[in-house]
Design a protein around this ligand. Structure first.
Ligand code: UDP
Length: 463
């Protein structure tokens, strides 16, 4: 249907925790430029005020993307317990009422009903809201394609696991699922959370409903590229109306004004340039996780013993003597910074390995940089990503025993930096890096999928 309106209004619902809303905003900004040729398009970006404040601080030049604050569900004067799930739960209790209310306000202010609804994939209810209004629903899945598939197959997997008394504490592989022969049942912990787990029941419920509702979406968008896992991507295509692989975002969504992650306030890139090719190990556990003090100490001691220069994005707290020791060690061979421009760091030729928690963005950024990974996953999809890195792609190692010990890290560093095994990982990740670049080069799969997205946004209503 050709668009009868000269002006369009697109609402965006962001999940305001972890590394979710930032990538969604990058996508929206790229999309706002791409669709501008079709007429005036207004984007209303709905997130909490905390999230919007960090995202929109340097927003010159993107006036057509306007932030709107939704209620974060925190009762006035409520002190947080420190449990990271608590703010998420309070927020989810306020949804979807908080989004509905502000969507109405945005429509009133901008003088036009929405034409399309883009949301974090977590928000299954965005599908209902889009359905009521007869407009397309475009959810963005900010993690990897493999975990997305697991959410779509949750009921099927539970049926299989039901026959297996071991539950998720089980090292059997998932042979019954195409593309999952190398994945162990225990790797699903955090993705296929069950109601008996300590995880929030609201989160469990949201993920389950998401799996049931995503097949109804007009198209599901993923920060990934087809050839990183073609079997999974093909399987997803059989489950969804449309799958659009529009990543890796660090290569495809470059239109934001320089956000914090790209600024090099701590001089990391100059420091890296003083080192030889593939000689430095980069350490970061993402924006949410802080490893326990004994693991941080073990990692520091291992780095000291191995004598490998390191760049460590460190935001933890240690007791006095450990902190002093870490600073002593880093003064010899390393650089400790509170935040690193990770995307650029991983592209730097001096970086030879990445000690990581295996968050999806980190994994994908390491692929784009061609850097082998040393994996210490903590929660959510991180174990699944670790196994994919280690056993499917063969581009990294799991820390022996699953937690960081001095011996385990020294051994992992030896395997990656000194052994032939490490050389092979480097070769294999160079192949993935090449495939990532081919996907976004002219004529690659990215432009086809992104053009499809632009078409949905500019042409159709109610499809
Ligand atoms: N990041 C960064 N500098 C740092 C630490 C993290 O730029 O010092 C960025 C990193 O590039 C990635 C994101 O923070 O894009 C972390 O996302 P990921 O999915 O890996 O983990 P999460 O933060 O969601 O646990």
């Amino acid at each position: 249907n050709p668009n009868p309106h000269p002006i369009r209004h697109i609402a965006v619902f962001a999940f305001p925790f972890g590394s979710h809303a930032g990538p969604l905003l990058s996508l929206v900004r790229s999309l706002s430029v791409a669709v501008a040729v079709a007429g005036e398009v207004k984007f209303s970006f709905l997130s909490t005020s905390r999230s919007n404040k960090t995202l929109f601080s340097s927003d010159e030049g993107f006036d057509n993307v306007r932030p709107y604050d939704v209620d974060d569900g925190w009762p006035e004067g409520h002190a947080l317990s420190g449990n990271p799930v608590e703010p998420v739960e309070m927020f989810l209790r306020a949804a979807p009422g908080n989004f509905r209310k502000i969507l109405g306000k945005a429509e009133q202010e901008r003088g036009i009903k929405i034409w399309c609804l883009v949301s974090d994939a977590f928000f299954w209810f965005a599908g209902e809201i889009a359905g009521e209004r007869g407009v397309p629903w475009l959810p963005l899945w900010t993690a990897g394609p493999r975990s997305l598939l697991l959410h779509l197959e949750t009921d099927e997997i539970r049926r299989h696991l039901g026959e297996d008394q071991g539950g998720l504490c089980n090292d059997k592989t998932l042979d019954f699922l195409p593309g999952f022969k190398a994945i162990r049942i225990s790797d699903l912990e955090g993705v296929l959370i069950t109601s008996q787990d300590s995880e929030s029941s609201l989160v469990v419920d949201m993920l389950h409903k998401m799996g049931l509702n995503l097949p109804k979406a007009t198209a599901v968008l993923v920060n990934s590229f087809h050839k990183i896992d073609p079997e999974i991507s093909n399987h997803l295509k059989t489950k969804l109306k449309k799958l659009l692989n529009i990543g890796p975002f660090t290569l495809t969504m470059k239109l934001s004004p320089q956000p914090k992650p790209f600024l090099d306030e701590n001089g990391c890139l100059d420091w890296l340039s003083e080192h030889e090719t593939a000689s430095v190990v980069y350490v970061s556990f993402g924006s949410v996780v802080t490893p326990p003090p004994h693991e941080i100490a073990a990692l520091a001691e291992a780095l000291e013993e191995a004598g490998i220069p390191f760049l460590w994005s460190f935001r933890g707290k240690l007791e006095g003597f450990r902190e002093e020791k870490l600073c002593n060690i880093s003064s010899l061979k390393g650089k400790l910074v509170p935040w690193a421009p990770q995307v650029e760091v991983l592209k730097h030729s001096s970086v030879g390995a990445f000690v990581t928690h295996c968050g999806w963005n980190s994994v994908l950024e390491s692929v784009v940089g061609g850097v082998p990974l040393i994996c210490r996953p903590f929660f959510a999809d991180q174990r699944l990503n670790m196994r994919t890195v280690e056993a499917v792609w063969g581009v990294g190692v799991e820390v022996d025993g699953g937690v960081m010990t001095k011996e385990g890290i020294v051994e992992a560093l030896r395997r990656v930096f000194l052994d032939n095994e490490g050389k092979e990982m480097r070769e294999r990740i160079a192949v993935l890096k090449k495939l990532a670049h081919e996907a976004v080069d002219a004529g690659g799969s990215y432009s086809e999928d992104f053009n499809d997205l632009v078409k949905i946004v500019t042409q159709s209503v109610g499809s």
